[in-house]
Design a protein around this ligand. Structure first.
Ligand SMILES: NC(=O)c1ccc[n+]([C@@H]2O[C@H](COP(=O)([O-])OP(=O)(O)OC[C@H]3O[C@@H](n4cnc5c(N)ncnc54)[C@H](O)[C@@H]3O)[C@@H](O)[C@H]2O)c1
Length: 177
């Protein structure tokens, strides 16, 4: 029970790595896992499976690239449980498209979700974590370190950005977070 009584937000946890992360937090004793995602149906299923496993969870519909929605998701969590101990910035998107077909819209959307979304979630949880301490985990990728798949160059750039953003945040938010 490594996370007993912790309040945890996992973005993008309706499926995949986020769902597995959220479920594991619950199994390790987290008091509450917030499923912050945009997929209503799958997010409700994640909440159900966490509850079945003996944990508690709620779905906060939140597009991490939208400042007002992030603000509301954080406020909702504080209202319910009075604190946030851990934020996992996991939500991410990728468009695998050849260079010639790649559009500015795809670039913008990828950066908005993958990079600005991480900043926004950190920005709104930080004031709460600063009081009693907390942890922020940002999910990058090996694609942010080297070129494995040029057809996802905007994704790769966003993941490289997450690495330096994480280092800057670590300095900015130390020592409490
Ligand atoms: N799968 C891999 O092999 C791999 C490798 C390295 C890194 N990652 C990273 O791990 C994370 C999860 O990957 P995955 O494979 O589980 O992805 P996935 O596509 O299975 O799940 C992504 C989740 O994010 C949610 N999401 C998408 N846009 C969102 C938004 N704007 N706001 C909130 N939620 C949103 C989706 O609904 C979904 O639940 C991503 O950041 C990804 O870049 C994945």
């Amino acid at each position: 029970m490594r996370f007993k009584n912790k309040v945890v937000i996992v973005t993008g946890s309706s499926r995949g790595i986020g769902k597995a992360t959220a479920t594991l937090f619950a199994k390790e004793g987290a008091k509450l896992v917030v499923v912050a995602d945009i997929n209503d149906k799958e997010s409700e299923k994640t909440v159900e499976s966490i509850k079945k496993a003996g944990g508690d969870a709620f779905y906060a519909k939140c597009d991490v690239s939208k400042e007002e929605q992030v603000k509301q998701m954080v406020e909702q969590t504080i209202k319910k449980f009075g604190k946030i101990d851990i934020l996992v910035n996991n939500a991410g998107i990728v468009f695998d498209v050849p260079f010639e077909e790649r559009t500015v819209e795809q670039w913008k959307r990828t950066l908005e979700v993958n990079l600005i979304g991480v900043f926004l979630c950190a920005k709104y949880v930080a004031p709460h974590m600063k009081k009693s301490g907390g942890k922020i985990v940002n999910v990058s990728s090996t694609n942010g370190i080297d070129s494995f798949s040029p057809s996802s160059m905007d994704y790769d750039s966003s993941k490289a950005g997450i690495i330096i953003l994480t280092r800057d945040l670590a300095k900015e938010l130390a020592p409490k977070i």
